[in-house]
Design a protein. Structure first.
Ligand code: FAD
Length: 393
């Protein structure tokens, strides 16, 4: 029996295994993940801001596949892939041989080599980092009552991409409650968002982007555009000679793919590999790369599609079909992606959205936040099972 090894139980990996199992394929399917749980990365900012708990956005990977007899889950960390030997090196178990590999190891925080970013910035990339960022913020705000250090009430969010904006939306929502709980003056809290580029929310049209920016500004966020970060100190962010002091520095400037990609000798850029039309790796017909470790050129403009949960899930569907085709000696199909739109939450009760389903819709306010919630719930429904979705509220 052939062995298909899937690396990573994120959106891409879990969805691949579910689809492969559902296809009735006659193969042993092995899923490797370093944590016993899957976490919904699209909601990590809520854990980091303290508006959700880890249990709200995670589910048990082994339990999801417990009754699937040809699916085996291995909880271990992937160290390297030996592409010629068709073998995956694991931290605690013996090397794992594969006939076909689906690499879906996901993303890590990008520091762009900026001095001090790794040491002094709090990233939001998984459950542990989200919880660490939350604890640091809460401890620092709590300390103000005795320290009276104005920097304890200053928060800097580095970068103004999706994660930064969604985090800001949650944190401004929670701030009045935190002020009450820890006894600090809400009006002395200073929240700055520092962005190197000239625009905030540039992926939306001007009207939606301006609405989102004004919404956050009204709630106390100050945006600094065209302000490249040059250094991150323990209690300040530098942009050339300009200093922004703060005792909480959230590092959400962007992501790159898993370091395992570079460590395994792939032809990569920022740990992403540009894949073939059918999502296989050039020169390795037994390997597929999907999710945030893959790069898929957009035929409309030649640029790579942004890495999102949405494209990861669509890739997983295509890979499962292509693996079934390969096993049956049939040709693989080309991956074609049509984005369904973009939704950015601005806290639990607001957001902006540009959706391409049943026409084109630009949404602002509470209706956009409902769209985001429906999308999140749909992901749980499709990745785990209906019981999990019903229990998630
Ligand atoms: C705060 C936030 C909000 C976002 N919001 C949205 C959104 O609204 N919509 C959207 O479409 N996208 C959103 N994204 C992007 C989206 O989350 C990613 O594109 C998506 O998670 C990529 O899925 P993936 O399966 O490739 O990787 P991941 O979700 O990163 O999953 C990778 C898996 O591999 C495991 N793993 C990693 N390294 C190893 C190793 N060495 N050994 C074993 N296991 C390993 C990890 O534990 C994880 O389970 C958001 C991202 C963030 C951070």
């Amino acid at each position: 029996m052939k062995r298909i090894v899937v690396l990573g139980a994120g959106y891409a990996g879990i969805r691949t295994v579910k689809k492969l199992y559902g296809s009735g394929i006659d193969a042993q399917i092995v899923l490797v993940n370093k944590n016993p749980y899957h976490y919904m990365t699209t909601q990590l900012h809520e854990v980091a801001a303290g508006t959700k708990e880890p249990a709200d956005i995670t589910f048990d990977v082994a339990q999801t596949f417990a009754d699937k007899k040809n699916v085996q889950v291995i909880l271990d960390e992937v160290i390297r892939i030996d592409q010629d030997a068709k073998s995956v090196e694991l931290k605690n178990n013996a090397p794992l041989q594969y006939d076909y590999l689906v690499n879906a190891l996901g993303f890590e925080s990008e520091t762009f080599g900026i001095q001090g970013a790794e040491e002094n910035g709090w990233p939001i990339i998984d459950i542990n980092t989200a919880l660490a960022a939350r604890k640091h913020l809460e401890d620092t705000l709590k300390r103000y009552k005795t320290s009276h250090d104005p920097n304890d009430l200053r928060i800097i969010v580095c970068g103004a991409g999706f994660t930064s904006i969604e985090y800001l939306g949650e944190i401004v929502h929670r701030m009045p409650k935190l002020a009450k709980e820890y006894g600090f003056p809400r009006n002395k809290v200073k929240i700055d968002c520092i962005e190197a580029g000239p625009k905030i929310l540039g992926m939306f049209n001007q009207d939606l982007a301006q609405w989102g920016v004004k919404y956050l500004e009204k709630k106390g966020v100050t945006f600094h555009v065209s302000t490249p970060i040059t250094e991150v100190k323990t209690n300040a962010v530098m942009s050339n000679d300009k200093e922004f002091p703060a005792n909480t520095i959230i590092w959400t400037t962007g992501v790159h793919g898993s370091h395992v990609i570079a460590d395994s000798g792939y032809d990569q850029k920022r740990n992403r590999v540009v894949v073939e039309d059918d999502l296989r790796v050039n020169g390795h017909p037994d390997q597929f790369l999907i999710g945030d470790v893959s790069g898929v050129p957009n035929p409309d403009n030649g640029r790579l599609f942004p890495t999102t949960a949405q494209i990861s899930i669509a890739q997983a569907d295509c890979v499962a079909e292509n693996l079934v085709a390969l096993m049956n000696g049939q040709p693989t199909k080309k991956f074609v992606f049509k984005a369904l739109g973009t939704v950015c939450s601005l806290g639990p009760t607001s957001g902006i959205a540009s959706i391409d389903m049943f026409g084109h819709w630009n949404l602002k306010g509470w209706i956009a936040s409902i769209a985001k919630k429906l999308i999140a719930d749909r992901a749980v429904l499709e990745l785990a099972n209906i019981r999990t979705m019903l229990e998630s509220d």
